[in-house]
Design a protein around this ligand. Structure first.
Ligand code: ASP
Length: 718
């Protein structure tokens, strides 16, 4: 081979390897093992995470189910518009509709309490695997094992919590049945809205663009954390003062370019990559189609019923948004699984592992029954899948049954000693659990409930043998039609008006025996459902118990076969991921470049509806009033960023950081093809989406008129 070619190949290979990011949502404990400088980081790794001092991770917060970061010394937080959505929704009325119009606090006094929000800061972590696993030595019953493990996790968390000093602790399972970490979090309970762009910016493109690239959504919001004057955590009070974080992020108003190294710190929710093929089959055949279909049906129902009722439409906004988000994500996953053939790939991989096991007598001794046992556990799960999912949906989406089930469970739990009760029914937690129903008492619509329950009953009547819902089978014979079922629902369930607070409160005071004596047909039906649900829960616990023994073995032998270490699946704990601003080819003959611009916002705006934008944006665009955020290469303001980092739900609101650890964007979504990231990451299709800091700053300054926020973040206004 000629020398130049050799050199060229060598350089290409070196580049390929230097540039290829590894799959991974690295836990704190793994960060020091990475060579981020080689990948493009220009600062010391200690600057990102330093257990003995202050580092970037101290600027990170968990905002309910999302991530956010401090961007000023006065507790200013940047996160996503969709993360703050419920708080904005709760503060909005048809007269002051902050969701539609946006919100700006001109001064600190005007900042609004974001009801239901709290933020958490990771303070420290400790491996507690030994303590947890010691508790199950010699325990044969699989159901018992699952229970003991979760009890022990709960106990260790409670013991390490220190309410007086605003510390909440909890144990997270890293590898199922194998490793456990105790995390301590500082809790801040007073969180306020500072600047929220109008929905036409924060949710630009609506559901049509959700989970899609190219994207032009200004999905950001500013909030602020407050504490009591003595620095302790306190609920909302006028006397509270802004929190001074140990660390806040520096903002880089110049952003980044295509190909640049970037990284994300955040709290990814859940991934399932270390699971066997049967798990994916379960998802593909049951969970994903069932949930996406019933959610889609429910969304249409609610939209139709609230169409003429502005107040109710507003009240249901957050609910609809959440259902739509999951629905589209699941449809993306179905498509992704179909296109990638992931189940098949996993099955092939497992056959290879099975062959590998046979090559060694020791392995054979240890693992010869492994795959059969996993198969058996999953076939039991699949047998009851329809009923299992049906119950989950019923208790989640039916207000009547959510409340009735709570009343019954509470009565059951009250019979136990406080310390043996399920978490939400303990004396110290019950008030908070009840508070969660406040919104139901305000917004429940009977016409929605009636149709929803009719559909649930009709659906259940088509389930297979192992998933029959007994009480439904006992009541309805074969020729019961939809209108008869609807009448039944109306006369027996809706008529009981359990969503009326007084009625609910009265029922809540009754003991289990008293509930059983009642003539209330809703409670009777719910009691029967509850009996069956308990059996399903117990079966689920047995299956989980079996899997908590089998999966560590599965991962162990897979590790040996692959001769590599894995990263634990995401579990809501702090992680780092890194990669590059990078385009991709989502479909045959299509290539998408990785940065969108204001030009695209304007182009889409002519389509109207979810692409409508504030008039002011068009005026600013026409006047070329781009301030300092104009990018000559793009000939516009950068809006959306695409990158090959490894993210999932929960990473929403995560800061996107440049090679020097400065904020250059806020993560908010993934491309449609990347919804299957949760099952398998791949550089070909795994792309996440963020909003560019230049668009954030431009909107905040020019549309929001909030120069003071730029100043607070140390951005010089030119
Ligand atoms: N938008 C997403 C969410 O629902 C973020 C993601 O999953 O990537 O949280």
């Amino acid at each position: 081979m000629n020398k130049t070619i050799t050199l060229f190949l060598f350089v290409s290979f070196a580049l390929l390897f230097a540039k290829a990011p590894e799959e991974g949502q690295y836990p704190l404990s793994e960060i020091k093992k990475l060579d981020l400088q080689k990948a493009g980081l220009l600062i010391n790794q200690d600057y990102i995470y330093n257990p003995n001092g202050v580092s970037l991770i101290d600027a990170l917060v968990k905002v309910n189910g999302c991530t956010g970061s401090f961007v000023s010394k006065d507790g200013l937080i940047i996160t996503n518009h969709h993360c703050a959505f419920a708080g904005v929704n709760a503060a909005s009325t048809p007269e002051h509709n902050y969701l539609e119009d946006g919100f700006l606090a001109e001064s600190r006094e005007q900042e609004i309490n974001a009801k239901g929000y709290k933020v958490k800061i990771t303070e420290s972590y400790k491996d507690v695997t030994d303590i947890i696993l010691k508790a199950v030595i010699g325990i044969e019953s699989l159901e018992e094992r699952t229970k003991i493990i979760s009890k022990k996790m709960e106990q260790l968390g409670e013991n390490a919590s220190d309410k007086k000093n605003s510390i909440e602790a909890s144990v997270s399972e890293m590898f199922a049945g194998q490793s456990y970490i105790l995390f301590k979090y500082r809790i801040i309970e007073d969180v306020r809205l500072v600047y929220v762009p109008p929905r036409t910016i924060g949710e630009f493109g609506g559901e049509r663009d959700n989970w899609m690239w190219p994207r032009h959504t200004g999905d950001f919001t500013f909030m602020r954390a407050y504490v009591a004057p003595d620095g302790s955590s306190a609920e909302y009070s006028k006397d509270n003062i802004p929190y001074n974080p140990k660390k806040y992020l520096e903002v880089n108003p110049n952003g980044v370019n295509e190909g640049d190294f970037v990284f994300i710190l955040g709290y990814p929710g859940r991934t399932y990559r270390n699971q066997p093929s049967q798990f994916i089959e379960y998802q593909y055949n049951y969970q994903l189609p069932y949930i996406s279909e019933i959610y889609e049906w429910t969304i249409k129902l609610i939209e139709a019923k609230t169409k003429e009722n502005e107040k109710m439409a507003l009240a249901y906004s957050t609910h609809i948004k959440r259902l739509s988000n999951t629905m589209k994500n699941y449809k993306g996953k179905i498509q992704g699984l179909r296109n990638t053939g992931l189940v098949k790939t996993k099955i092939n991989e497992e056959s290879e592992i099975a062959r590998f096991i046979k090559t060694s007598p020791v392995l054979n001794d240890n693992y010869k029954n492994l795959f059969n046992e996993i198969d058996e556990a999953y076939s039991r799960r699949m047998d009851i899948a329809e009923a299992n999912l049906w119950f989950k949906v019923l208790y989640k989406l039916s207000n009547d049954f959510k409340l009735a089930h709570f009343v019954i469970q509470n009565a059951e739990e009250k019979r136990k000693e406080n310390e043996d009760r399920k978490f939400k029914f303990k004396d110290e937690n019950i008030a908070k659990s009840l508070q969660k129903f406040d919104s139901i008492f305000k917004i429940s619509m009977e016409s929605i409930e009636k149709e929803f329950l009719t559909k649930m009953i009709c659906d259940a009547r088509k389930f297979s043998e192992n998933s029959r819902i007994d009480v439904i089978d006992n009541i309805f014979d074969n020729d019961a039609n939809k209108s008869l079922i609807m009448r039944f629902v109306e006369n027996n369930f809706i008529s009981q008006k359990i969503t009326n607070r007084e009625n609910f409160d009265k029922l809540s005071e009754l003991s289990l025996d008293e509930l059983k004596e009642l003539k209330n047909p809703l409670i009777r039906f719910a009691l029967e459902l509850n009996e069956q649900y308990k059996k399903i829960e117990s079966e689920n616990n047995k299956i989980s118990g079996a899997l908590s023994e089998l999966l560590p073995q599965f991962n162990e032998v897979k590790r040996e076969w692959k001769d590599t270490q894995f990263i634990p699946d995401a579990n809501g704990t702090l992680r780092l991921t890194y990669g590059y601003i990078k385009g991709y080819s989502p479909r045959d003959a299509v290539y998408s470049s990785p940065i969108t611009s204001l030009k695209g916002v304007i182009e889409k705006s002519y389509l109207g509806n979810e692409y409508a934008i504030p008039k002011k944006i068009k005026e600013l665009y026409k006047a070329k009033d781009f301030g300092q955020f104009y990018n000559p290469k793009l000939k516009s303001i950068p809006v959306g960023l695409l990158y090959n980092m490894d993210t999932t739900g929960g990473n929403s609101g995560s800061p996107i950081l440049d090679a020097k650890g400065r904020l250059i964007g806020v993560n908010f979504d993934r491309a449609y093809e990347a919804t299957i990231n949760d099952f398998a990451w791949n550089d070909a299709y795994s792309r996440s989406i963020g909003v560019d800091i230049r668009y954030v700053l431009w909107i905040t300054q020019k549309l929001g008129g909030a120069n003071y926020l730029l100043e607070e973040m140390g951005v010089d206004i030119k």
